[in-house]
Design a protein around this ligand. Structure first.
Ligand SMILES: Cc1ncc(C[n+]2csc(CCOP(=O)(O)OP(=O)(O)O)c2C)c(N)n1
Ligand code: SF4
Ligand SMILES: [Mg+2]
Length: 279
């Protein structure tokens, strides 16, 4: 990703707080210069300058970037430790320029717990898909939340197991076709989609829980604010914070990127309501 350079004329057209101007980008000061081109949009320092392996229209890359913008803005890059999942984001450590540990499938909250307890001054977060967090790792997330661990969880709900070929996840919507529910998920046969945030909200150890999406520029900015709040919750020592991000998997939804973004608004977010669940 290279920086976008704009000249003075172009800069006048850029609205304050536009998505082209993340707070981490040098802006106000730089824009004052009449002679030098101003950088109004750039790669966050915490995000490595390499191509990702994600499919076109996938939400993972957007979420990676938002996390990096927040880490830069809070100036916590040198003390952040992420725990990467098993899933499409398994090589997130190749994309992030801060410390990252890998964990066995679903065990990131347990690994994060250990790291945070021996290094309480570090900012520790897990990054998990819905297969990782809501299927194989259900026990780990419930107990980390119930213990009130002072960690942050970024939970990417794309409704399928992306990495392994688009099988049903616990979060798959009723009627949704996947590699293992060819006729659509049947509530009678496969049970109900799992609302993890609502389930964790009853636990006294959870302090900040919010659901966001990355299907439009407006939702991306909301997602950024929620991720920031989650990190700040941890920095203030308040306890367990988690952001669920409704994310697109065009490949295994059998859709174009635009159709996938529309599906979030029209279908996914009607079952998983966006907004603050607890905090
Ligand atoms: C112990 C174990 N069981 C099963 C697998 C196979 N496996 C790898 S990733 C994955 C699911 C990933 O789905 P999700 O967490 O939703 O991430 P996504 O790829 O959708 O981002 C599974 C079942 C594994 N790697 N290890
Ligand atoms: S399979 Fe789905 S989740 Fe995985 S990279 Fe492709 S679009 Fe993203
Ligand atoms: Mg998934």
């Amino acid at each position: 990703m290279s920086n976008i350079i704009r000249t003075k004329n172009a800069k006048d057209k850029i609205r304050k707080n536009s998505v082209l101007r993340p707070e981490s980008a040098p802006s106000a000061q730089a824009l004052k210069s009449d002679t030098q081109p101003a950088v109004v949009f750039c790669r966050p320092a915490s995000l490595r300058d390499i191509e990702t392996h994600y499919c076109a229209g996938c939400g993972h890359g957007i979420i990676h970037r938002l996390i990096c913008e927040v880490i830069d803005e809070l100036n916590i890059r040198e003390k952040t430790i992420a725990v990467a999942p098993v899933g499409c984001a398994v090589i997130a450590y190749d994309y992030w320029d801060f410390d990252v540990s890998e964990a066995a499938h679903g065990r990131t909250p347990a690994v994060a717990t250990g790291i945070k307890r021996v290094r309480p001054d570090n900012i520790v977060f897990t990054y998990q898909g819905d297969g990782d967090l809501a299927a194989i790792g259900t026990a780990e997330i419930v107990h980390a939340a119930n213990r009130g661990e002072n960690i942050t969880v970024i939970f990417v709900n794309n409704g399928v197991y992306g990495m392994t070929g688009g099988q049903m996840a616990p979060t798959t919507l009723a009627g949704q076709k996947t590699a293992t529910t060819l006729q659509g998920r049947s509530l009678r046969r496969e049970g109900y989609p799992l609302k993890v945030l609502e389930m964790l909200a009853v636990l006294p150890g959870t302090k900040y829980l919010e659901r966001v999406a990355v299907n439009s520029a407006q939702e991306v900015m909301r997602a950024r604010r929620a991720i920031r709040k989650a990190f700040v919750t941890q920095m203030q020592g308040k306890g367990f914070s988690m952001v669920e991000v409704l994310s697109m998997c065009p490949t295994y939804w059998g859709m174009t990127p635009i159709q996938a973004a529309e599906r979030i608004k029209n279908d996914v977010a009607t079952f998983y309501p966006l907004g603050l669940v607890k905090g």
